[in-house]
Design a protein around this ligand. Structure first.
Ligand code: ATP
Length: 479
């Protein structure tokens, strides 16, 4: 299904109801495009971060991680091109006074066409848009919006201004005096923290090209369209890796990282047909090749990750602006050069939305005797927020005490949840709703033969296992 808005809304409601994601400062009616992660959302987020970090750093021996500050010297953003080029063409509706990103308005129209089965028209519209964007033809873009009858969703009119460029960076003041010289930016990408530390890391780590530097951290963008839940946020997190290579080898490494990153995505258990590559027609100011990995969200195929061949653009500019050498001596070929860079840049929040979209299932379990259903989050066990629930069948007869010994045995190794309230059926459903892959139930039989029932979330199958094997069995499954 190209676009399934009711499923998307159900995921948003479920995320809130079960402690994954809340609108920021909700008691004050929230803040647009800013969200907080709750108790299970933050566990899920941390597990995804760890999964990416381990894959990038531990499993690639030539990649190391850093953690740079959000604030950077303001010249960084001049050198990176963000002060001059980090703009998006925007258009305002004169009646509602609302501002929109031109590409979002046109993509919205294309989505609408697809939902009506007009896929060819949608493709043609997007390729017209790409062509106009590539040439910065603002009049043509405005004309396209008008010709397509695109209206402002608020005023419902097509009373549009000219198309103009707006910078997406947030700025603030550092120090106590408010003047222009104290203006600094909240970083719009984590990459620059890696570039400015490139030689520090290379020298202290004695790294030889090719090598990579990875980082996970917050980024900030003054996004105009803010209505797609955590898909488009003003404060979000990126997981980026810059891979430093010999000039001339960029094509080969670009292909390598496209494949490698797709392998990572598939390792999440998401089927291949839910992904596609989208090559950029309009290249960013720093790139000589770029593509997105898109996932088929309930709101259609959209970007989760960008893979960019950034040439020596960033290091060369930092060398020029800082007047510090950014060169590397390659002893294998006896040459000094500024390395080229392949970047992989994935949004953590978009990955969470992807994982939630993939995991969310509403299941009808009705039988001839009774109506029944459940909502289950089928997360891969490795990233599930909670791995195991330990549940005494009743709150008496020594069962809680036995359950507690199982908890004590397991909780140092993985995240466990103990609960003794409500019927066992209700407790299972609550665990399904937060995606806990395993539940063990302690019952009267446990007292006689030291076995417990393990219940598997996805199949709902139950089997008896020795109580002292719970830790080992669950640990094996979560890998
Ligand atoms: P888009 O075209 O959707 O605005 P982008 O091409 O500007 O994204 P990049 O600059 O390539 O994005 O950033 C890398 C990744 O960071 C994106 O693939 C996405 O997952 C994530 N990202 C970018 N902007 C946002 C945002 N506003 N909210 C959440 N994640 C974001």
């Amino acid at each position: 299904m190209a676009n399934d808005n009711s499923r998307f809304q159900a995921i948003i409601s479920h995320s809130k109801e079960y402690g994954f994601i809340f609108p920021s400062s909700e008691i004050y009616d929230g803040l647009q495009a800013v969200y907080d992660y709750g108790q299970w959302g933050s566990e899920l987020k941390k597990n995804i971060k760890d999964y990416w970090w381990k894959n990038m750093t531990q499993l690639h021996e030539n990649i190391v991680g850093i953690d740079a500050a959000i604030f950077m010297h303001p010249t960084t953003w001049k050198a990176s091109g963000h002060v001059d080029n980090f703009n998006d063409p925007m258009i305002d509706n004169k009646d509602s006074k609302k501002r929109y990103r031109v590409d979002h308005l046109i993509e919205g129209k294309a989505d609408e066409m697809r939902s009506e089965g007009r896929d060819d028209e949608a493709d043609a519209l997007l390729s017209d848009m790409d062509r106009l964007l590539a040439k910065d033809e603002f009049d043509g873009l405005r004309q396209l919006i008008i010709n397509q009858g695109i209206k402002c969703p608020i005023s419902e009119t097509a009373n549009w201004t000219e198309v103009r460029q707006f910078n997406l960076m947030f700025s603030t003041q550092i120090g106590s005096v408010t003047d222009e010289t104290n203006e600094i930016y909240l970083r719009p990408e984590t990459a620059q923290g890696i570039f400015v530390n490139f030689l520090n890391v290379q020298k202290t780590g004695r790294l030889k090209i090719p090598f990579g530097i990875a980082q996970i951290g917050k980024a900030f963008r003054s996004e105009i369209v803010a209505r797609q839940f955590i898909f488009r946020m003003r404060e979000f997190e990126q997981m980026e890796m810059q891979y430093f290579i010999r000039p001339g080898s960029q094509k080969e490494w670009y292909e390598f990282w496209k494949e490698e990153r797709m392998r990572w995505h598939l390792s999440l258990g998401i089927p291949k047909e839910k992904y596609r590559f989208h090559d950029h027609v309009k290249l960013a100011h720093y790139a000589d090749a770029a593509c997105d990995i898109e996932y088929n969200f309930p709101i259609g195929f959209k970007e989760v990750e960008g893979i960019h061949s950034r040439t020596d653009f960033d290091l060369k500019n930092h060398q020029e602006y800082s007047r510090k050498k950014m060169q590397y001596f390659d002893s294998d070929i006896n040459q000094n050069y500024i390395p080229y860079v392949i970047e992989t840049s994935i949004g953590l929040d978009r990955t969470i939305l992807m994982v939630l979209s993939e995991a969310y299932a509403e299941e009808d379990l009705s039988t001839a005797e009774k109506q029944d259903s459940r909502v289950v989050l089928r997360f891969p066990a490795t990233i599930a927020p909670m791995k195991l629930a330990v549940l005494p069948l009743v709150k008496k007869d020594g069962l809680p005490e036995i359950a507690r010994t199982i908890m004590d045995d397991c909780k140092a190794e993985f995240r466990c949840f103990y609960e003794e309230k409500d019927t066992i059926g209700k407790r299972y459903r609550r665990m399904d709703a937060i995606g806990t892959p395993f539940c063990v139930t302690v019952d009267q039989q446990t007292k006689t033969d030291d076995t417990v029932t393990i219940r598997y979330r996805d199949t709902m199958k139950q089997e008896r296992i020795p109580a002292n094997k719970v830790r080992e069995i669950v640990a094996n499954e979560i890998g």
